[in-house]
Design a protein around this ligand. Structure first.
Ligand code: PEP
Ligand code: MN
Length: 379
């Protein structure tokens, strides 16, 4: 059960104390207060855990300061929709909004290799009006002898260059909780020129201890990749781990499933789940066409598969795109085979906006369909 308070509820007010008094004496119920700091207001939600079936919803709703009470299903208590359409599906970070209604593009290097490549990548982004990127510093690799990223060493120059090119957010995977400290201190050292969206990779989707640590910090929002060999439900529960620890600024990432059924693609593209995740939860949904398709192959229409699958995700309502580019894919240390070229960036962006426009037209058509259904003549 979730008790939603009126915006900007004051924890020192008598009403608040009255509410806490009421909740504390409910038998078998524990409560946890969760505050969401928005641009305009602070929202307070109190989660009731335990035998909530016995709780009198109307009695709680009658307490001043309580806006409404939602009975939640067991699934995804915090992130789920629970048939309540008015709960927020958006958050803001470093001036950029993430929501189930908009679209952000994070094009960038799969792995940081040289300062020069970071510079070229970010300059191209700025030239094309982009303020977000991806930059891998900590790379989980299948083969222990493969390059695993420059780690903390590259962070200062990556952050400095982000400042130089007005990059507001870098999506960056971490594989260990210590990486959070390394990122924090490099940001401190460089004067906070940019923001970080912490990425949990597909290999760590069910690393519950890592999820708890990342969920407990509120500084950085999180991009949680779907686990490549587990069910959607299991991956959504992994997102709920983050939320249950306090961090609800989460984007859920689809990146394809490991299966021979996807051959010759690297993974089986799973972007049909974009609307499913948006229906089941309040998280904005990201697609990663690079790690899904994993190839620069093009079809007989000459359009690259990566462009095609991106368009498929966007036309289904995706809210974020994480995509690999590289100034010289032939020398990239990780995933060069799936990297798009800097010269392709404006065409990629154009293709994305064509698909987004088509999605918006589909929404309009659907609105007309729904209003036609309310007509008494509808069969
Ligand atoms: C990545 O985005 O660089 C990455 C390793 O992705 P995934 O965890 O989805 O394999
Ligand atoms: Mn990669």
């Amino acid at each position: 059960m979730i008790v939603i308070l009126e915006p900007n509820a004051d924890a020192s007010s008598n009403e608040y104390q009255q509410l806490i008094g009421h909740l504390s004496q409910l038998p078998g119920i524990q409560y946890r207060v969760h505050k969401v700091q928005g641009a305009q207001q602070t929202l307070t939600e109190i989660y009731l855990i335990g035998e909530t079936a016995t709780v009198d919803k109307e009695a709680v709703e009658a307490i001043p300061l309580v806006e409404r009470v939602i009975r939640v299903s067991e699934e995804y208590r915090i992130l789920g929709r629970h048939a309540d359409r008015s709960r927020s599906t958006s958050f803001e970070y470093n001036g950029i909004e993430f929501s189930q209604d908009n679209l952000n593009i994070f094009a960038g290097l799969c792995a940081v290799d040289t300062r020069e490549h970071v510079d070229l990548m970010m300059r191209a982004l700025k030239d094309n009006g982009q303020q977000c990127t991806r930059m891998g510093a900590y790379k989980p690799r299948t083969n222990p002898y493969s390059f695993q990223g420059h780690g903390a060493k590259c962070l200062p120059y990556v952050f400095e260059l982000a400042g130089k090119y007005d990059i507001r957010i870098i999506a960056m995977e971490i594989t260990h909780e210590n990486h959070l400290d390394e990122i924090r201190s490099a940001l401190e050292q460089t004067g906070h020129p940019t923001g970080i969206m912490v990425q949990i990779g597909t290999r760590n989707t069910q690393n519950f201890e890592l999820l708890k640590v990342v969920g407990r910090q509120q500084t950085f929002p999180v991009l949680l990749k779907r686990g490549f060999g587990i069910t959607l439900e299991e991956s959504l529960n992994a997102a709920e781990y983050l939320a249950s620890e306090g961090n609800t600024r989460i984007v859920f990432g689809l990146r394809g499933m490991k299966s021979n059924a996807g051959d010759p693609h690297r993974n089986l593209v799973d972007f049909a789940h974009v609307p499913v995740v948006k229906r089941l939860t309040r998280m904005p949904v990201c697609i990663d066409p690079s790690h899904s398709a994993g190839t620069r192959a093009a079809s007989s229409d000459n359009i690259l598969d990566i462009f095609h699958v991106t368009a498929q995700g966007v036309i289904a309502g995706a809210n974020m795109i994480l995509v690999d580019f590289h100034p010289k894919p032939e020398v990239a240390l990780v995933d060069g085979a799936q990297a798009l070229l800097l010269e392709e960036l404006p065409y990629f962006l154009e293709d994305v906006s064509i698909a987004r426009e088509a999605y918006e037209k589909r929404r309009e058509a659907c609105k007309r369909l729904n209003s036609a259904k309310t007509n008494p003549d509808w069969q």
